[in-house]
Design a protein around this ligand. Structure first.
Ligand code: SF4
Ligand code: SF4
Length: 303
């Protein structure tokens, strides 16, 4: 696979380094660097002046860290590269509003696959040859852990493209299994994760928090348990009656495409403790007070 990257700012550089340092260096056939966002206009009348002059033939285009209308260069870059697939990770709530994402999609030929993972470490295979090849190494983190009461070794099966998963893996060895998910979260912040700390109105949470939920989920799924999660008392949940499923409509994970809260056939809500980030938003949104935070060992499915 041949990858061409268009990049801007510190976030862009971090992703380029992460991808190069963790196995895909030889697949990167070119990088075009735009100035940082402070030096780029948010609105652009004529995007053609920003289209890179030299674009090599490539399979996958990755556009990282570019804010605003300059992203409209993507369709010209795809054409020049004769590319088939595009990944545009979202790390900041104001980076590429939904309207602009739709414009970018419309500017591409129908057969081009494009995804806007928010954050980049939520990316999963979608059935596209090149995006799926990328996710054999990078995307939503997945670990293999050897442990008794203590974490003995951690293998990264798939890691965040910034490289944070490899840092987390190295630095939670020796931690008690009961503390591993929380320690992994601390190490992610130490790395540090470069996603924005500004609340994203589309999900009601920060993209940084969404990223931390993915890292903790990877630990919980391989260990098979968590020590903290939101739990619905399904006996008294009003989901099969008058409740309009306020929990489901407010969970940041659900709003970003993960089935953390789902409805059973009778309409009552249930929470997957593996992906729950314990943000407590559902606890506050449920008008019947039937969701509580449990701080005890809860089984987690490895899926
Ligand atoms: S605490 Fe509730 S709202 Fe927050 S991630 Fe967990 S299920 Fe979703
Ligand atoms: S908001 Fe509360 S009562 Fe309504 S479906 Fe969710 S958990 Fe059940």
């Amino acid at each position: 696979m041949r990858i061409f990257i268009i990049s801007s700012g510190e976030y862009g550089s971090k992703i380029v380094n992460g991808i190069a340092n963790h196995g895909f260096a030889e697949k990167i056939i070119g990088i075009h660097e735009f100035p940082p966002k402070e030096e780029l206009p948010e609105f652009v009348d004529d995007v053609s002046e920003y289209v890179p002059e030299k674009v090599p033939e490539a399979d996958l285009i990755i556009a990282v860290g570019i804010h605003g209308d300059v992203n409209m260069v993507i369709s010209d870059v795809v054409k020049k590269a004769n590319a088939k697939s595009v990944i545009v990770p979202i790390y900041h709530p104001q980076q590429i509003p939904i309207g602009l994402q739709n414009e970018i999609k419309k500017s591409l030929d129908e057969e081009i696959a494009i995804v806007f993972p928010k954050p980049f470490c939520s990316l999963l295979p979608i059935g596209d040859e090149f995006i799926d090849e990328f996710t054999t190494v990078f995307g939503k983190p997945k670990f293999e852990i050897q442990a008794d009461e203590i974490v003995k070794s951690v293998e990264v099966l798939r890691g965040a493209p910034c490289g944070s998963s490899w840092f987390v893996a190295e630095n939670i060895i020796g931690t008690s299994v009961d503390d591993a998910e929380f320690e992994a979260n601390n190490k992610l912040h130490n790395f540090p994760c470069s996603s924005s700390m500004i609340v994203d109105n589309a999900t009601g949470d920060t993209i940084l928090h969404l990223a931390s939920y993915k890292t903790k989920e990877a630990i919980k799924r391989t260990l098979g348990f968590t020590n903290r999660a939101a739990v619905v008392d399904e006996e008294i949940c009003e989901g099969s009656g008058t409740c309009e499923h306020f929990c489901l409509n407010a969970c940041p994970n659900v709003l970003s495409g993960t089935n953390t809260i789902s409805l059973k056939t009778d309409g009552k809500a249930t929470i997957d403790p593996g992906s729950c980030g314990v943000c407590e938003i559902c606890v506050n949104e449920c008008p019947y007070g039937v969701i509580e935070i449990w701080e005890e060992r809860i089984p987690v499915e490895n899926k």
